[in-house]
Design a binder for this molecule. Structure first.
Ligand SMILES: Cc1ncc(COP(=O)(O)O)c(C=O)c1O
Length: 347
């Protein structure tokens, strides 16, 4: 039992080969408190509940930022974190945008390692494809009511074993253009803040109800260019073999996307470009996919926008370049392929 009375799941109860993307209560999570202008680390706790003041800014004004990354079990039994410094840096940027105290990179990475160590029995075995998903978050708390930044904050990291985010894995699934926006042009789209995701719930549900994996957001100014998927960035492979991904101030700067830009250029010898992807020019692309920590690389089969339905490579088969990128990326993450310097942090 945890302190809250909720029972933590036992490792032997887990079906490692059939993990979805679902919450699981593991024995340990990390907590730190920002009070009197400094971080006070309490370290690991078994309490899965967070008790906060009814005046907490996270409850009323969305003063909340979060991150998502994974721990990978390697063939030799060791444990990899993939570019955790990049998640620390992105969270610091999100904190700037929402006027929250930053968690220093060293504290962030050390806390991740503590959580992974303490819950080591829950890292899916090598070869199952599963990983330990880590969810750091930071919330404004304390007794407030006016619209201003909180004086006190809680930083926490919890974890759970996960499998595929989109049902298909490496099998393509279909997406639909949303009529709604998740973020404004100079709003908070580039920050990983809860409000963006609240705004995406309704368009996401419409997409699911219509039988799609998720929606793709278009640029909030003209709705002519692809921005990103609700939980992943978009990339396309042009017919002449270029890796292209949208550049916009309202999409989340995906660690996976920047990693793929590097791998496409330096490992696959491809040209790469961050630029505009117009929905009326999709014929330039031979393949397309969604990329992110949770999505990994999920091939996009068909894309519905307005009355059009565009099939990129195939609705049933993953394209050859997407597969190569997937093998390179996941090979690095699971320790089977040499990583570029600084990408892997051993736990
Ligand atoms: C809106 C959005 N875009 C993109 C991503 C992918 O980012 P990353 O590759 O850093 O996980 C995520 C998930 O983290 C996301 O929520």
């Amino acid at each position: 039992m945890t302190m809250s009375g909720k029972k933590a799941v036992q490792p032997q109860e887990i079906d490692w080969n059939n993990l979805g993307f679902n919450y699981m209560n593991l024995p340990y999570r990390y907590r730190a408190y920002w009070r009197d202008g400094e971080w006070q680390e309490t370290g690991l706790t078994e309490d899965a509940n967070v008790t906060i003041s009814e005046g907490s800014t996270c409850l009323h004004y969305g003063q909340e930022v979060f991150e998502g990354l994974k721990a990978y079990r390697c063939k030799d039994g060791s444990i990899n974190l993939f570019r955790p410094d990049q998640n620390a840096a992105r969270m610091q940027k999100s904190c700037e945008r929402l006027m929250m105290p930053k968690v220093p990179t060293e504290m962030f990475v050390a806390a991740l390692k503590e959580v992974v160590h303490a819950n080591e029995a829950y890292i899916p075995p090598y070869g199952t494809g599963g990983t330990l998903y880590l969810r750091p978050y930071l919330i404004g708390v304390g007794d407030n009511i006016g619209v201003h930044p909180a004086q006190e904050y809680i930083f926490s990291i919890f974890a759970m074993p996960v499998g595929n985010y989109f049902k298909g894995g490496l099998t393509p699934t279909n997406f639909v253009a949303s009529e709604y926006d998740r973020a404004a042009h100079k709003g908070t789209g580039a920050s990983k803040v809860g409000g963006n995701y609240a705004a995406s719930l309704f368009p996401g549900q419409l997409a699911h109800d219509a039988g799609f994996s998720d929606c793709i957001y278009l640029d909030p100014i003209e709705h002519r260019k692809i921005e990103e998927v609700g939980s992943a960035n978009f990339f396309g492979i042009t017919k002449d073999g270029k890796f292209v991904t949208p550049k916009s101030p309202s999409i989340l700067p995906s660690v996976t996307k920047y990693s793929l830009l590097y791998l496409a250029e330096h490992r696959l010898g491809m040209q790469t470009e961050q630029g505009d992807i117009y929905i009326d020019q999709l014929d330039h692309f031979a393949e397309a996919g969604a990329c992110g920590t949770a999505a990994v690389i999920s091939p996009i089969g068909g894309f519905k926008y307005g009355d059009n339905f565009h099939v990129f490579y195939s609705e049933t088969e993953v394209g050859p370049v997407t597969r190569k990128l997937y093998d390179e990326l996941t090979g690095i993450q699971f320790g089977d392929v040499d990583a570029p310097a600084g990408w892997i942090e051993k736990v």
